[in-house]
Write a protein that binds this ligand. Structure first.
Ligand SMILES: NC(=O)C1=CN([C@@H]2O[C@H](COP(=O)(O)OP(=O)(O)OC[C@H]3O[C@@H](n4cnc5c(N)ncnc54)[C@H](O)[C@@H]3O)[C@@H](O)[C@H]2O)[C@@H](O)CC1
Ligand SMILES: [K+]
Length: 494
């Protein structure tokens, strides 16, 4: 899936509607925005497909209005265009009624549509105004569209996809191309909506920049623009003691996991990394690690004792840690001392019986990195992925990084980022351990938690893209220098 256009700010449909209203208040008529939207759709279609028989499906609101505009423009360019309307023409209101008046050809009733005989469909049924599950004639039409096998261009979102959540409300037909306006929406980047959008094209429609600049945007696509300003680029006068000291808890049996974590923390720039492991397995770790220091833990309080040295300013606990008391004690010790703390894997599950006890101790900088299973063990929250991550951050007081193909990072203050750069070959054992190490390594260097989490996810995804299929977790660590070099170059030449 390729994505064109610029812009990493995301607006939920209700926010986009508010922007539309503000633009109108600022003196840009809705019809002007709608004409620009329809024109952008027509241009996108003409730029992508050879001229062919086009069926335009218009809905009862302004999404349908965009469809009427695009139909009129393409017909004037000589495209054979047919238009069908879901609903009654007399019921159209405002800008949509104006747009329909531009179309002088026949308008079919949606239930009369026969998909045979067309080369392409423009789906302008529902966009930002989707308010409930599709049912009845609307659902039947979208089901028939999905089953038609025809290529689809969707206006704003594929009809039935909720722009706020990416969830399908009833039914939706996948598009080859989705043309949206001014800013992307969370639903373009959250699955299943993301897969249903096909290629995403972002078109400007003349919204005054002051309108968008005046919005309190809280949701972004993961992009260095969100966090580059606070990324810890090493200073010329820096030395290892100024670049943080990450302390990683090693487990008694799954020794590879925390080694990956420690190496990732090093690679991303932590000045020093110590791996603290039970004394019985200390030789395993010590033999496998050179520049990572290995400390032997003789009891469950050992980790807390290591934290007495304040220079150990960040902790990464969980990968391969095991579900015993030592993992729990280490996590609580780090949190109580308000060290920058990453809790991953076992360090999340170990609190499943009493998550509030964990949340009560989160007073300082803390990142939780659950996958969906671990998340469900800690948080009884419902809704789309973005809303659930936000609620979890609010409830716990930690930044929550909810993993998956569309990883969401949410901060307790309401900010959230959706990641769009993780290829599917990242889904393999050990990659999460590397991610925890990258985040913790950045936090050790003083990067704020939310931005560190976003940067870690981005670096992880970029490394995976460079490696390609066949990736194993170790490759991510080895690829990090090249990814960082490209990021450093971007910092110099933004
Ligand atoms: N001036 C504007 O507001 C602009 C809006 N634009 C377009 O307008 C769209 C938003 O327009 P609207 O807010 O009118 O919303 P939509 O056109 O997406 O949908 C609203 C209509 O659908 C009906 N509806 C909602 N959910 C339904 C369901 N499940 N089953 C059956 N009917 C349902 C509503 O009753 C209403 O009639 C955007 O997606 C974009 O395409 C663009 O033209 C840019 C300018
Ligand atoms: K649509």
């Amino acid at each position: 899936m390729s994505r064109s256009g610029s812009g990493y700010e995301l607006l939920a449909p209700a926010e986009m509607a508010a922007a539309d209203r503000a633009a109108m208040d600022a003196g840009v008529p809705g019809s002007v925005l709608m004409h620009a939207a329809g024109m952008a759709v027509a241009e996108a279609i003409a730029g992508r497909w050879p001229r062919g028989r086009l069926l335009v499906l218009c809905g009862p609101g302004n999404n349908g209005g965009d469809g009427f505009v695009a139909a009129s423009i393409l017909a004037a360019q000589g495209w054979p265009v047919s238009v069908a309307l879901l609903g009654e023409r007399e019921q159209l209101r405002g800008d949509a009624a104006w747009a329909a008046s531009l179309w002088t050809g026949p308008v079919m009733a949606a239930d009369q549509v026969d998909f045979l005989g067309y080369d392409l469909v423009l789906d302008a049924l529902f966009g930002a105004g989707l308010a409930r599950e599709l049912d009845g004639s609307a659902a039947r039409l979208v089901e028939r569209l999905a089953g038609s096998g025809l290529p689809v261009c969707a206006v704003d979102v594929p009809s039935g996809v909720d722009g706020a959540t990416g969830c399908v409300r009833g039914v939706a037909a996948g598009a080859a191309l989705t043309v949206t306006f001014e800013r992307g929406k969370p639903g373009h980047w959250l699955y299943p909506g993301r897969a249903l959008c096909g290629e995403l094209h972002l078109a400007g429609i003349g919204m005054p920049p002051s309108v968008l600049a005046g919005m309190d945007i809280q949701t972004w696509l993961n992009d260095p623009a969100v966090w580059l300003d606070v990324f810890p680029f090493p200073g010329e006068l820096g030395h290892k003691y100024t670049r943080g000291h990450a302390l990683v808890l090693g487990g008694a049996s799954m020794t590879g996991a925390s080694r990956l974590t420690a190496r990732a923390a090093q690679r991303v720039g932590a000045g020093l990394v110590t791996l603290a492991a039970p004394a019985a397995v200390w030789p395993v770790y010590a033999a496998a690690l050179e520049s990572v220091m290995v400390a032997a833990l003789d009891d469950t309080q050992g980790f807390a004792k290591l934290l007495a040295d304040e220079r150990r300013n960040a902790c990464i606990i969980g990968p391969g840690a095991g579900l015993g008391a030592s993992t729990r004690e280490a996590a609580l010790a780090a949190l109580r001392l308000q060290r920058a703390t990453v809790l991953d894997a076992d360090a999340l599950t170990v609190f499943q019986d009493a998550p509030q006890a964990l949340f009560d101790d989160i007073q300082g900088p803390c990142l939780l990195t659950p996958h969906e299973g671990e998340f469900a063990r800690l948080f009884a929250v419902e809704g789309g992925k973005l809303a659930r991550a936000r609620q979890a951050a609010h409830l716990s007081g930690a930044v929550v990084l909810l993993k998956g193909p569309d990883t969401v990072i949410a901060a307790p203050d309401g900010r959230a980022v959706i990641n769009g750069c993780a290829p599917p070959w990242l889904a393999s054992g050990g990659t999460g351990d590397v991610l925890a190490g990258l985040a913790g390594g950045l936090m050790a260097q003083g990067m704020p938690v939310f931005e560190a989490a976003c940067a870690a996810v981005w670096l992880h995804g970029q490394a995976a893209r460079q490696i390609g299929p066949g990736l194993v977790a170790e490759d991510l660590v080895a690829t990090m220098p090249g990814v960082l070099a490209a990021l450093f170059a971007r910092k110099k030449n933004p």
